[in-house]
Design a binder for this molecule. Structure first.
Ligand code: ADP
Length: 484
């Protein structure tokens, strides 16, 4: 069982509208630890009725919240941020138990997630409008920003805390109310966040959680005319389904979808820095992030040297239970994820790739997999098209800059890309040529609350974090004032 300093942060119940709904073992959904299969607890199995209730209460509650001063909303968000940091150890432990990532990494996510609440507490007070010189002397043009209204959110399991705060922070800062469906694998991190929101002074009804059947809940959220914005982080398949479902009510949409990040090492790169960057870009969260390096392109002149340095580093990664000392790589989230990793490796080996290190399930069994490097990757292999979402690093060889830019852009995705070079002119040239929403130059991990996160092409719509993140939860209203 979870050993928490504050056991009340673990609750088998969700806030829906003005009440908490308790789970029981008979009707609730069991949640298991992916590391050892232990039962963690139950969450309520809710559906259309509770989603409708949460939306109706949110619509009621949002007006009073929006009528508060921005400073007041900022204060509540600031307190929420502080409570996350004060409870970082417990929140990290809940996250590790349900998601599997190592405790140090989980605590890092809590700090990163809390950072969005801090950032949007600050941005709440800077939702500036505009005055514009009018074309007629008896008129004035004023633009104000107002909250979009009720926001529905659906989040994934890979960042059970930060993917929620990155949406709830700006929504609440703007003066919206949110109804959230957390990922089915990781509801307890969402519940702990809701408990702390209540303690921070967030009025009831502004942050509801609905756990249960995804399609049913998502169906009600998207069909509701009351919901004015849908924000989703997850797969491109589900994202585009929701996009379609939102069309009849013409909702504002924020979509953070899949990626297939290229990671390019040019001949003139600092190979030590590049190998270290590749290590964390690829193996952070066991390869289960949408910005993880998925295709590593290395220029021919440094291919062997890079492969050797990278393999040395990968060999040091300790696989194990997230609570065990020294663990850097936890289990994968479920058996389906393990099967996909195996499929990508066997497909590549069948087509001529060779295993440098790893390549198979880990001796620990269960959902543990060896961190893997493959050489001689080619465009015909599955990972050239599909996101692996696991600990597999395929090394592609390239000759010229033009060739690698074309290869990097040859995907339906456009989330994050990385490249390593010491040449300043190339840094600009390649940054501009990559069809991606985010580019790391000599940096393999680039997420920051201050920076706009998001993709182009089938990786999504809109930006999260940064000042753009708040704008996505507000509408601009143009007011024309004429003299009478
Ligand atoms: P993953 O395969 O990484 O779990 P998904 O896109 O399937 O990615 O899941 C992301 C989120 O979308 C989860 O909260 C999941 O429950 C939700 N989801 C999955 N299918 C649907 C659906 N048909 N409608 C609404 N939400 C869905």
């Amino acid at each position: 069982m979870l050993n928490l300093n504050d056991p009340s942060l673990f609750r088998q119940a969700v806030p829906v509208g003005n009440r908490w709904i308790e789970a029981d073992a008979e009707t609730g959904t069991p949640i298991y630890n992916p590391s050892n299969g232990d039962l963690i607890g139950y969450v309520p199995n809710l559906g259309a009725a509770e989603t409708e209730e949460a939306i109706a209460v949110a619509e009621d509650a949002r007006h009073a919240w929006a009528a508060q001063t921005a400073k007041h909303r900022s204060g509540v968000l600031r307190r929420w941020f502080e409570l996350l940091m004060e409870n970082q150890d417990d929140l990290g432990a809940i996250l590790t138990a349900e998601q599997g990532k190592p405790l140090t990494e989980a605590k890092g996510e809590i700090a990163y997630g809390a950072g969005f609440l801090e950032w949007f507490a600050e941005e709440a007070r800077r939702a500036y409008g505009q005055t514009i010189p009018a074309p007629m002397s008896d008129r004035r043009i004023v633009v104000i920003k107002q909250p979009v209204g009720v926001v529905a959110a659906i989040t994934p399991w890979n960042f059970p805390n930060a993917m929620i705060t990155r949406k709830a922070g700006p929504a609440l800062a703007a003066g919206c109310a949110m109804v959230l469906k957390p990922a089915p694998q990781t509801p307890f991190s969402a519940i702990a966040l809701a408990i702390l929101a209540e303690r921070a002074g967030l009025p009831a009804g502004l942050f509801s959680l609905v756990t249960g059947d995804a399609a049913e809940i998502g169906g009600v959220m998207t069909a509701s005319p009351t919901v004015r914005k849908m924000t989703f982080t997850g797969s491109t398949g589900v994202g585009s389904l929701l996009y379609g479902q939102c069309a009849p009510t013409v909702k504002k949409l924020g979509l953070e979808l899949g990626g297939n990040a290229p990671f390019i090492v040019f001949d003139d790169a600092d190979l030590d820095v590049a190998a270290e960057g590749a290590l964390w870009s690829k193996f952070r969260n066991n390869g289960q992030t949408c910005v993880c390096a998925n295709r590593i392109y290395v220029q021919a002149g440094v291919y062997d040297a890079f492969a050797e340095k990278f393999a040395e580093k990968v060999a040091t990664l300790k696989v194990g239970d997230g609570f065990a000392d020294g663990t850097v790589i936890g289990p994968l989230i479920d058996d389906k994820a393990v099967a996909k990793v195996e499929r990508h490796i066997s497909d590549a080996v069948d087509k001529g790739a060779s295993v440098v290190t790893g390549g198979k399930r880990h001796d620990l069994g269960g959902k543990f997999f060896e961190p893997t490097i493959l050489r001689d990757a080619t465009v015909s292999m599955a990972f050239a098209r599909e996101e692996t979402f696991g600990p597999v690093a395929p090394l592609f060889k390239f000759e010229t800059e033009a060739e690698v830019i074309a290869a990097a852009n040859d995907t339906e995705y456009g989330l994050a890309a990385y490249f390593y070079t010491k040449d300043m002119a190339r840094s600009w040239r390649v940054s501009e040529a990559l069809d991606y929403g985010m580019v790391g130059v000599n940096a393999g991990v680039i997420s920051a609350v201050e920076a706009p996160f998001g993709g182009v092409k089938m990786s999504g719509l809109g930006r999260e974090g940064a000042k753009q993140g708040l704008d996505d939860y507000m509408e601009e209203k143009y007011i024309c004032m004429a003299e009478v």
